[in-house]
Design a protein around this ligand. Sequence first.
Ligand code: DGJ
Length: 473
Amino acid sequence: MLNQFCTKLFTGFIYFFILNSAVCVAQQAGKTDAIYSGVPWYDQNGNVVSAHGANIIRDNGKYYLFGEAHSDTSNAFAGFNCYSSTDLYNWKFESIALPLQPAGKLGPNRVGERVKVMKNPTSGEYFMYMHADTLGYKDQFVGYAISKNITGPYQFKGPILFNGKPIKKWDMGTFQDQDGKGYILTHGGVIHQLADDYQSIVAETNKQLTSGFESPTLFRKGNIYYFIGSNLTSWEKNDNYYYTASSLSGPWTAQGLFAPKGSLTWNSQTTFVLPVEGTKDTTFIFMGDRWSYPRQLSAATYVWQPLNILGTAISIPEYMQAWQVNTSTGEKTQFKGNFKVIENSNKSIHYKGKWLHVSDTTSISRATDKNDSFSYTFRGKQIGLYTLALPDNGYAKIVLQNKKGKLINQNLVDLYSKTPKIGLVYLSPILPHNDYTLRVFVAGERPNWSDKRKSNYGSTANTITIDKLIVRK
Ligand code: DGJ
């Protein structure tokens, strides 16, 4: 009797836990075989890869990704993470390269963003640059930190100085030219040249180009420099644009958008462009952030797309949901995978609660009440969820269990988009071929926020939608 009671209590607890527990529990190790945009990525410990506002450098045959360590509850600086990879698909968590400082400008209740790392070609030391600020974005400057090892720990030095003064700008980036000279880029398009030791600024190479132009991102192909930036819309995505020049000091030519107008840069904001140079080709990877406020840890994802480059014209004409890049040859290919499609009307999908099955130009199922859910049991080694992201969509909670009920993977995914968009929002790691059940719940919350000017952004409801599922055999 007591046993039965305990079992019931335990089952009840597990159910309660699934519905209400914090997301992002450590789970099945991540394993994947392509670059998938817009879905959570998992590291070797099964934790979500948290590396936004990032850059990548190649060192001793490995790629190192540095980015903002986020939490789901606060925008306060939580450190800068470092991950490594050999294939650019699977990321190993290495360290919190620069942890939260006990006090000071990157101490508690401060902001730290847009971390970038470059190796000084003379000293061999690694230099990390970042935007440091107050939580209300009122005390911004470009700071720097140094380490002898790429993975850290980096020693925070405070603001980098130009003529003895800090650079009081918020969004920043870096660029290392072929001659090893380093540059700090700030919003508006200003380019500052670093001293040879990378520890101060010696010149303003380029003056402000325009207003806005946040998340400045610069890269070079041949003798052309490409300078990408975003409009100023807080965490909301917008149509990013670019300039080109044959010298860093300009003159810069405005070239307009590089992704289709209204696609909001395929729902992302630029942060870095990585050239993957191989024996046959060089693929330039556009790295963008798909922010998700306030669930920046669980639900913010990455949009990494190959850039087409023809002279001064760059473009991402289509959203490549999955693609591969060969890090030896530098070549890229679209990735199809052996996926079976399960439409939302499939009788094996069990809907619970108030679901509406809408068929307009696209057929979707949608629900809004907290904990309304659907489940799907399948045999295979990977499952993915496509949704129609909409302006009134919220977060969906995903729970994947094996046939014994063991939790395999759990996360919160963001189904909001300012403009309607069909896309993959969740993809499990590649698992042993077996029987699994996927459950998707209305989380009952949505991304929305206001910025320092008190403008409101984000979703208007908690709706979730399903377009289809995909299962890998
Ligand atoms: C846009 C910037 O690009 C981000 O880095 C961040 O600072 C947000 N604004 C904050 O609203």
